[in-house]
Design a protein around this ligand. Sequence first.
Ligand code: NAP
Ligand code: MG
Length: 504
Amino acid sequence: MSIEAQPFDGHAVSPATQAFLAKRHGLLINGEWRQGRAGDSLTTSDPATQRLLASVASGGAADIDDAVAAAGHAFNGPWSRLKARERAGLINRLARLLERDAALFTELEILDNGMPRFIAGLTVSNCVEMFDYYAGCILGIEGVTTTPPPHVTADAEALTYTLREAVGVVGLIVPWNVPVSTLVLKLAPALAAGCTVVVKPAEETPLSALALGALIIEAGFPPGVVNIVNGPGETAGAALSAHPDVDKISFTGSTEVGRKIVQAAAGNLKKVSLELGGKSPVVVMPDADLDLAGPGVAMATFFLQGQNCMAGTRIFVHSAVHDALVERIVAFAKGFTLGHGLDPAVNFGPLISAAHAARVMAHIDRARADGARVVLGGQKLDRAGHFVPPTILTDVSPDMAVFREEIFGPVMAIHRFETEDVDTIAAMANDSVYGLSGSVWTRSLSTAHKLVSRIRSGQVSINCHGAIATNIPFGGYKQSGWGREFGREGLDAYLQTKAVTARL
Ligand code: NAP
Ligand code: MG
């Protein structure tokens, strides 16, 4: 396939990206690129132009079997005998290669996902940091010594210590919304822990995982430590999550598929970590700094076109500041520049696919029919690509579908409330099956901390929303997930504890 230099709304991509797109893309199994056993492929396109980007090999259950076997072999092979320092060295080398190729990865994320350049750039530099962070953690993986153990023997000395060991072969199943970073967020700690992995990227965004696969080979990881099988969730993903030789699945995606993963995992009772959906509350109190809250609340919903698990999408605004805040949010949202993410001026891209844009539009139409008022947006753009503009709905009541269901698009639903009672406000904020993120906007320290302690979410922010950093644990309460990623807890997810007692 030949790719012209400037096919993307007139924006150029680098020669490295052109060369990557023109490659034949296989599955990475046991350190080698190969086609799937059934010879299938899937195509991926640019959501901003609907232009075909690449065709990549697509695997099924038989390829998952091969990949799991390779990962199992690698787990018991040289990988497990590497010194911690050597493992850290490989991960650091991978970080340096990713840094070297940052421009390629940035362009691939923009093209495959549609994200604006500033987000793609951030994503790639965060991935470099994650590899370095978890490589740095390796020498800190340590058990504890306890002596003597309380109840082993009455007549002899004994020594007990604990070892922190890798969980084993781990399946990493990731979504399309931030492809490389949701992958590296799992891969970096899994490798640091000493696990081997089989990666199943999202069908919509197969490219950055493949580019990372090439760097993993270049860095010199032993064959089989990282295997990458693109393919459909219903076949490749399901086979991986049901596989008897897989010790753990780490999944990021929808709550609906998360439930299927748990069911599939029941066969061999593999461990499961889940980062799932959200419908996060944003509470704006009457004493909020509106100049801060206007842009802050707008970004809470519209960052990454709302295709963001921690998006704040249930906006509770106190009556006293409702109109003034809505005015500021609308003014801010009108300032977004929509277009192709390759354009550095663009800060709002398309949605991932035609099907997803249609789903988002159906939510907007349903909200209209339910009595919500559209104060901005609400119509799909009449141009190539899947562009739904920032859409702001007021007069939304908490029972409307738009206020309850995860939309995963640029749709803000605003509910006006009257009370200042923190228990009542928290009860409204908690009226959701999800509990991923949330934020509270107020000048009062007391109100802020009272609300924070009452909101049942894994992440609650004060006068900002959705702070993500390598060392801040992130994960869901309720149906938003099991376990935490990022930080030390993100590494613990790939370790298990062995207690050893020696009678002396
Ligand atoms: P999704 O439909 O759940 O898909 C996620 C991944 O699972 C994809 O790789 C998908 O493959 C695969 N999959 C689908 N069916 C499967 C099955 N039966 N067994 C195993 N794997 C299967 O989610 P998405 O639409 O890609 O992403 C959006 C969702 O992810 C939203 O709900 C969002 O909130 C959530 N998310 C959560 C976080 C977080 O950290 N909590 C972060 C980002 C996104 P295919 O691509 O082939 O369908
Ligand atoms: Mg794509």
